[in-house]
Write a protein that binds this ligand. Structure first.
Ligand code: NAD
Ligand code: UFG
Length: 339
């Protein structure tokens, strides 16, 4: 198949584009490069030994997007493009709703006009909000607690309405838990701009000497070691989940929702220990107050993805940390490190 990957030069998009090329699909990436560089795609092509097509277009540019659809004749879309920083979404809600929700509406209109009605969408565990019940199951009510999360919830609603109105749409809503790690080659990985918001990229930058220490947000949660528990999932496992969803959509219509997680939780201190072991030295940290809005514990029930897609995550926390560290060590300044 020929797959259009929006946001394909970003962290998860680059790993998924590689997996698609390796599986024999043709790949067309659309990205406006607000949060990524084209270097990731140069490296994807080098790893795959195959070319992909790249168009620097904003999703909100319907004319530009139509031109891509006219030129490329794609069969399906994997839609990663979006802004994802929770704090920034609180400060700039209109920017987030316009880009994420508006961008998706534009994309859907262009897809419909070109009769491409298969989409795999990047949703997030954030749609479950601050649910205290674990594991999180797809049928639980959604209750996102910040503008970023609400863009995901609203896009899920829009896609559900579109699917209900027209049975020709085949849609997968994939709710990712905490994507971490990097391709084992160390050539592609997560390259956040500015101060990382998420734990793993922050830990990796401390380990490589770019930052002094990790602040552990809260050590008084009702968890065995007092620190927050999350379901970290290797980005290569996550990429494979997208291929499994695409295969499913080739055989089934309708709108489907799946959690993509491991089903296991790890605490912040467990992550620090695993990363220190991978790096071969202790990663310094200090306890700090809880971060507002953080749940104590969040992990997936991934059994639907296994039952429907035959997919499950196989990589361990140690592998996630080893691969994340290899990428950070080989590229201390991310893609700006060069070569
Ligand atoms: P990323 O920022 O690395 O990739 C997103 C890409 O989308 C970037 O390359 C950016 O330049 C592009 N983009 C943004 N707005 C665009 C627009 N209007 N037009 C064209 N391109 C645009 O992020 P990522 O971590 O790879 O995340 C991919 C998707 O997965 C996002 O939708 C994100 O919300 C979702 N997600 C990520 C996580 C996570 O922790 N990384 C967790 C759950 C869900
Ligand atoms: N943490 C720290 N120090 C840091 C960063 C994080 O102690 O510097 C802790 C957090 O308190 C939490 C855990 O590490 O207990 C993981 O935090 P992340 O920010 O990496 O991930 P979250 O689960 O809080 O949230 C992220 C995204 C959400 C998304 C969610 C699941 O920010 O938008 O993953 O996809 F919904």
């Amino acid at each position: 198949m020929k797959i259009l990957v929006t946001g394909g030069s970003g962290y998860i998009g680059s790993h998924t584009s590689l997996a698609l090329l390796e599986a024999g699909h043709d790949v067309v990436v659309v990205d406006n490069l607000t949060n990524s560089t084209k270097t990731s795609l140069d490296r994807v092509q080098e790893l795959a030994g195959r070319r992909l097509a790249f168009h620097q277009v904003d999703l909100l540019d319907e004319k530009g997007m139509s031109a891509v659809f006219e030129q490329e004749q794609v069969d399906a879309v994997i839609h990663f493009a979006g802004l994802k920083a929770v704090g920034e979404s609180v400060d700039k809600p209109l920017y987030y709703y316009h880009n994420n929700v508006g961008g998706t509406i534009s994309l859907l209109r262009v897809m419909d006009a070109h009769e491409v009605r298969t989409m795999v969408f990047s949703s997030s565990a954030t749609v479950y909000g601050a649910s205290e019940e674990v594991p999180l199951i797809e049928k639980m009510p959604l209750d996102a607690v910040n503008p970023y999360g609400r863009t995901k919830e609203q896009i899920e609603d829009i896609l559900s309405d579109v699917g209900a109105a027209d049975p020709r749409w085949n849609v997968a809503l994939l709710r990712y838990f905490n994507p971490v790690g990097a391709h084992p080659s160390g050539r592609i990985g997560e390259d956040p701009t500015g101060t990382p918001n998420n734990l793993l990229p922050f830990v990796a930058q401390v380990a490589v000497g770019r930052r002094e220490k990790v602040m552990v947000f809260g050590n008084d949660y009702p968890t065995p070691d007092g620190t927050g528990i999350r379901d970290y999932i290797h980005v290569v496992d996550l990429a494979a989940g997208h291929l499994a969803a695409l295969e499913y959509l080739a055989r089934h219509g309708g709108v489907h929702r799946w959690n993509l997680g491991t089903g296991d939780g790890s605490s912040v201190l467990e992550v620090l220990a695993a990363f220190s072991a991978a790096a071969g030295h202790d990663v310094p940290y200090e306890f700090a107050p809880r971060r507002p809005g953080d749940a104590a514990v969040s992990y997936a029930d991934p059994s639907s993805a296994l039952a429907d897609l035959g997919w499950s995550a196989t990589r361990t926390l140690d592998e996630m940390c080893e691969d994340h560290w290899r990428w950070q060590k080989d590229n201390p300044q991310g893609y700006a490190s060069g070569a």
